[in-house]
Ligand binder design. Structure first.
Ligand SMILES: [Zn+2]
Length: 359
């Protein structure tokens, strides 16, 4: 009940935003600001009950996938995955549950090191007496907050293999003589491998809303008809872009389909890019190994890849949902315009600008 105002505030914020049709990238911005509020006002000084944290994570998840407005009912990617850093394949959103854990550990650490602070003196006098924070046991008469704190301590000791390890880990998270909860958060996150496509998807010339579609595509999580058929949602499957007998899958859409192949080849010729393929695996392999550098031509090729995926996915959706279609030449034009707007308005070096204008 104490936490209801917090939950209500979050749900009001989401309600306000869900009436506007936001892209995934827009939704992620809203989620980040909501989480930031939770981080600042609550979890850095208090410990929230597990059920409340779970509810916050659920509300964020439902908002991201549009479950709150009943437009879509499946999560395309697991929340745990989303809460990992972008280099590890996630979206770099903080999980409320894990953030609370990191913030509580920070407080436990301060009890260990800052014996002069008033609230810590009080803790030493009331709870610790002559024990230390790493070994003290909870008494049944202790407050809920204190018991939760010790539970978190035990979980952390378990996770890291003892107090010495835990102290080393927290000690490594200092910045400007303060423990940085975000550093602690990263260390405590479930470990996973770095993904090879990080630069391809999140290149700094890419529009965020394009990157999200690519992020879904590289994991094969876009709701293409082959996936919908496997989920039992559809029983027919035919590509809307080529109107042939082709079955729609990610690999067909990008770019085996006659329509998208046409678009992609035109964009590649525009950029004077001689290497080309319309086979998804082959392309992704090329982009993640040979086109991950910082040079302008590499960045602009990554941008072309992301913009084309986004525009083709959009074209496919407007054919299905609003029965409007554009020819490949029109789409090529739009891709070029999107790219040029960003390049010519951004911090592009003069020689790069000249090269783009000469195309
Ligand atoms: Zn097709």
């Amino acid at each position: 009940m104490d936490c209801n105002p917090l939950l209500n505030r979050i749900s009001n914020q989401f309600q306000k935003w869900s009436s506007k049709s936001l892209s995934y990238a827009g939704r992620i911005q809203v989620i980040k600001s909501v989480i930031l509020g939770v981080q600042i006002y609550w979890t850095s000084s208090y410990i929230l009950p597990m059920k409340v944290l779970q509810r916050i994570d659920e509300m964020n998840r439902d908002f991201l996938w549009g479950k709150s407005d009943h437009k879509q009912k499946v999560s395309l990617v697991a929340w745990e995955k989303i809460c990992q850093g972008k280099k590890f394949g996630g979206l770099g959103i903080f999980s409320a549950k894990l953030w609370n854990f990191a913030a509580a550990l920070k407080n436990i650490w301060y009890i260990h090191v800052n014996k002069e602070l008033l609230w810590i003196k009080w803790i030493h006098g009331t709870y610790l007496k002559h024990n230390d924070i790493w070994t003290v046991n909870a008494k049944t008469t202790d407050s809920w907050l204190w018991k939760q704190m010790l539970k978190i301590r035990d979980k952390a000791l378990d996770l890291t293999g003892g107090a010495d390890n835990l102290k080393l880990i927290i000690g490594s998270c200092y910045k400007n003589s303060k423990v940085k909860p975000s550093a602690l958060y990263t260390i405590l996150s479930p470990t996973s491998l770095k993904v090879p496509w990080y630069n391809t998807v999140w290149g700094n010339l890419n529009y965020p809303k394009h990157s999200i579609i690519s992020w879904l595509a590289v994991q094969n999580r876009l709701l293409t008809q082959d996936r919908l058929a496997r989920m039992g949602v559809l029983n027919a499957n035919s590509c809307y872009l080529c109107n042939g007998d082709a079955i729609e899958s990610r690999d067909h859409l990008f770019f085996e389909c006659e329509y998208s192949m046409n678009v992609w080849n035109k964009i590649m010729s525009w950029l004077n890019f001689r290497w080309r393929s319309c086979n998804w695996n082959c392309m992704l392999e090329w982009f993640t190994t040979s086109l991950r550098g910082k040079g302008f031509k590499q960045r602009i090729k990554r941008m072309a890849f992301n913009t084309s995926l986004y525009k083709i996915w959009n074209e496919r959706n407007s054919r299905i949902f609003i029965q409007k279609s554009k020819g490949p030449d029109q789409l090529v034009k739009e891709i070029k315009v999107d790219m040029l707007i960003l390049i010519l308005n951004g911090n592009t070096a003069p020689e790069d600008r000249e090269w783009v204008l000469s195309l």
